[in-house]
Design a protein around this ligand. Structure first.
Ligand SMILES: [Zn+2]
Length: 212
């Protein structure tokens, strides 16, 4: 598989562009800088098939509508429990002082079914509900390729914030312990911010999850 991690917005959110040998592609959490992302996709001559969203925060979804319109592909996810975040995108845009306006939108399809499998090119993603940072946060797990796109749940030596409306500390710890840690020590976690990590490494060193 091929992967290009493109940090976007002032929050340096990791937008992931992935594609297979036949150039079938998906983009995960296009948070902003739509023109840069479109140029990249076109320069690589990719056949973009879907836009996948982990949760409704502006820095993860800000360019989704523009990409959808440009490439005529569906927006899938997050879980519908994040609908209030999608509805409040204009306010988020104002509050965070990002220099672009984002209109409210809804994904073409909420991904509410735990364990649903999405097939895109030669990728198969299992959808896991990972509440805590937001109530409708999900992750996209590629078991065979041993890579997971899990947004703002687990970071290298850190966890996502739980102090936003709808956040819950116990829930995020449970999501990590019961859903992410069982994925296996060799599973790569592409986090929404900062460097990637691996489950085995976090089990050993993560100070938030391991503390009793
Ligand atoms: Zn977030």
């Amino acid at each position: 598989m091929n992967i290009d991690i493109i940090p976007v917005t002032a929050f340096q959110q990791n937008c992931s562009l992935i594609w297979d040998e036949n150039k079938n592609a998906a983009i995960i959490d296009p948070g902003g800088e739509a023109d840069k992302l479109i140029k990249r996709i076109e320069a690589l001559e990719l056949n973009l098939q879907a836009i996948l969203l982990t949760h409704g925060h502006l820095d993860h979804v800000g360019a989704a509508e523009k990409l959808k319109q440009h490439f005529n592909v569906p927006i899938l996810g997050s879980n519908s429990k994040d609908d209030y975040w999608f509805k409040s995108l204009p306010q988020q845009s104002e509050k965070f002082g990002l220099l672009f306006d984002v209109a409210a939108f809804e994904p073409d399809r909420w991904l509410d079914q735990e364990g649903e499998v999405l097939t895109i090119g030669d990728f198969t993603f299992e959808v896991l509900h990972l509440p805590g940072h937001t109530p409708g946060h999900i992750g996209f797990i590629e078991h065979q390729k041993r890579i997971a796109f899990t947004g703002d749940v687990l970071f290298k030596s850190g966890i996502g914030r739980t102090d936003f409306p709808g956040g819950n500390y116990e829930d995020i710890i449970t999501s990590i312990r019961e859903k992410l840690y069982p994925l296996g020590d060799d599973m790569i976690i592409v986090a929404g911010h900062g460097p990637y990590t691996m489950i085995g490494e976090e089990k050993q060193t993560n100070p938030y999850v391991n503390m009793k």
